[in-house]
Design a protein around this ligand. Sequence first.
Ligand code: ADP
Length: 508
Amino acid sequence: MALPHGRDDSVGRNAEPARRFGAEEALALRVAIVTSEAVPFAKSGGLADMVGSLAAALTRRGLDVTLVLPAYRCIVERTDVAATGMAFPVPAADGIERTEILEGVAGKNTPAWFVRADRFFDRPGLYGQDGGDYEDNADRFAWFARAALALLARLGPYDVLHGHDWQTGLAVAYLRLQPERYPALASARTLFTVHNVGYQGLFDAGVFPSLQVDAAHYWPNFEFYGNVSYLKAGLTLADRLTTVSPTYAEEIGTPEQGYGLHGVFSERADDLVGIMNGADYAVWDPATDSFIARRYSAADPAGKHDCKRDLQQRLGLPPADAPLAGMVARLVDQKGLDILAGALDALLSRDLQIAVLGTGDPHHEQALSGFARRHPDRMAVRIGFDEALAHAVEAGSDLFLMPSRYEPSGLNQLYSLRYGTIPVVRATGGLKDSVKPFDEAAGEGTGFLFEDYASAALVQAVDRALDCYRRPAAWRRLMANAMAQDFSVDRTAAEYAALYASLLDRAD
Ligand code: ADP
């Protein structure tokens, strides 16, 4: 059977040596990225943005990148995803589940493959619905790990297998523990990226036998306070680890931020590096953004005013000139919603409008919606996932709020900088690495930061921003500084390319 993307099946199976040092022409490094989310196919948060845009940027650099995802319902329904005719059996916890392989293209020309098993993935959500996780997530993502490796072993060889977050911890683990099952991948080095240590893929220890891993590995690689952790499996068994900002790489080695895994991170400190995520400016740039009311740029910022009016109109806010603070987030504890709730009475007493777009924990959704109902002229809340509105909030807001309890990287503050929407952020993780405090006298800096995880500290930071907003020259300077920042995903891709090469002892 002829495979797409110029790969011939017989060549693919014909395990060429994975590393060909000293070849006259440098061969493209072959990277298989296994992930549970990637734009444009499936997204619940920044993981999808990062993986999808990183894969495309690596391809632009000349690497040979392949993506593998589960064939969720939202993917099967896409018109740009097609059946390949390839199908094979994959072990599941309770028998064998046959997979069919679908294919699509990410970015301009990154091949993406989808392993289909409708029993596991033909559902409305990625990991759960109605505020709860799917009960069989342990089985779903163990199966996905095996199916992804089995597929890659047919497509391979690859130089690097790159997994992301707990959903792919087992892919990394299986390749290390059972390489004989995936001969074409046996020489691949493994990289595992943790985007958020707060999500660990914890399951009842009773699932362990179904993982079909030698019991000797239970304690060192899987056990986490009496449970099984898919994240720990990836963290302890990958050749190298990354996380998504330099500050977060340090924070997760501490008991406060390591979520019980700080010991693992400390032990693997030499193998762990923090690489700041980057923004895909092909998607997030007010000069080219097709979702926004009027395009604008640092050189010609006039359109931002129209975007603000458009946002106010969409959200039913009065067309006031008061500063408008936006927020787009998964509405979960991590995002600082409790200190925001504690700050809202004070913030809503200021000359300020607030626009929130998000979805997540019902109690946060209800609390925010309650504020909006009580202050309809000041605050608007939209519950739901709405890509177009997310762009409109970035473009139409003056400030962007990210009072996160912790923030491994954060992408929204990077988008905000580009849109001249000044970030007001807690000094944690990637927020600290990407937003620099505005120093009006020196004319330097890009936003407002606060240290204490407290409502009062958030209010003070917003007050500093509002004070600056009242001085147009200072605010213009601040906006210009923000819009001049370069947090492009191409920089991120350059760092990953160098890391892949170092995994193979090869020059980038
Ligand atoms: P996290 O990865 O923790 O969710 P990030 O700031 O890194 O946070 O990335 C969030 C991404 O998800 C951004 O692209 C943001 O625009 C998007 N996003 C989050 N919630 C929504 C929503 N309700 N509607 C549209 N986009 C959203």
